[in-house]
Design a protein around this ligand. Structure first.
Ligand code: GTP
Ligand code: MG
Length: 207
């Protein structure tokens, strides 16, 4: 076999955004390692890679996990560059994390995203804490409709709907010709051009 051929059909860059503590890193860990841990807040940006087979294609997902804390905000704009999908996460037990998605995060995507067709997914996390829920599913659905996003509720802790969050997003990317073209550019060049900046990268996990 020709070793210069990449072992995947498309390379997609996905981004997790949302307030600190909503569970972005936990979702990523749950998706990539099938585990749940009590994590510390992310510093700068973290980055994980997962290979999945979806829609008959072998896909390399480079998933960027950004810090929600205000003091890291200035680092974040460059992370949007070249992303084919963005997952906007809120905590169903903390209303301000939901309103901040509307007031801050959705605007950031508009401002910084370089892909016009970039697919957005709204995710309400921590549904395992049902007795503490303050944001209803209907509110989530309505907001998703308003901003033209996909929508799911999930729990990084119980892993309910975690895979679906990533899979539905990726399937929609696979359905969008302009994003597919981008994804295959990365493959042709056989480069991994979307590494986080050295100085900001905290840890790098793999597959
Ligand atoms: N019960 C419950 N707790 C969760 C869930 N997801 C995350 N947590 C907890 O919420 C806290 C914050 O989770 P993180 O994944 O670190 O949140 P984050 O969005 O990455 O936060 P930043 O890195 O600061 O932006 C941790 O104590 C997690 O254990 C969930 O689905 N259910
Ligand atoms: Mg984090």
């Amino acid at each position: 076999m020709d070793s210069s051929q990449p072992d995947f059909d498309y390379l997609f860059k996905l981004l997790l955004i949302g307030d600190s503590g909503v569970g972005k890193s936990s979702l990523l860990l749950s998706f990539t390692s099938d585990t749940f841990d009590d994590l510390s807040p992310t510093i700068g940006v973290d980055f994980k890679v997962k290979i999945v087979t979806l829609g008959g294609k072998k896909l390399k997902l480079a998933i960027w996990d950004t810090a929600g804390q205000e003091r890291f905000r200035t680092l974040t704009s460059s992370y949007y560059r070249g992303a084919q999908g963005v997952i906007m996460v809120y905590d169903v037990t903390r209303r301000e994390t939901f309103t901040n998605l509307k007031d801050i995060w959705a605007k950031e995507i508009d401002l910084y995203s370089t892909n016009q067709d970039c697919i957005r997914m709204l995710v309400g996390n921590k549904v395992d804490k049902d007795s503490e829920r303050v944001v209803t599913k209907k509110e989530g659905i309505d907001f998703a409709r308003e901003c033209g996003c996909l929508y799911l509720e999930c729990s990084a802790k119980t892993r309910v709907n975690v895979e679906q969050c990533f899979e539905e997003l990726v399937l929609k990317i696979l359905d969008t010709p302009s994003l597919l073209a981008e994804g295959s550019k990365g493959v042709k060049k056989n480069i991994f051009s979307q590494k986080p900046p050295e100085a900001d990268a905290s840890t790098s996990g793999c597959c």
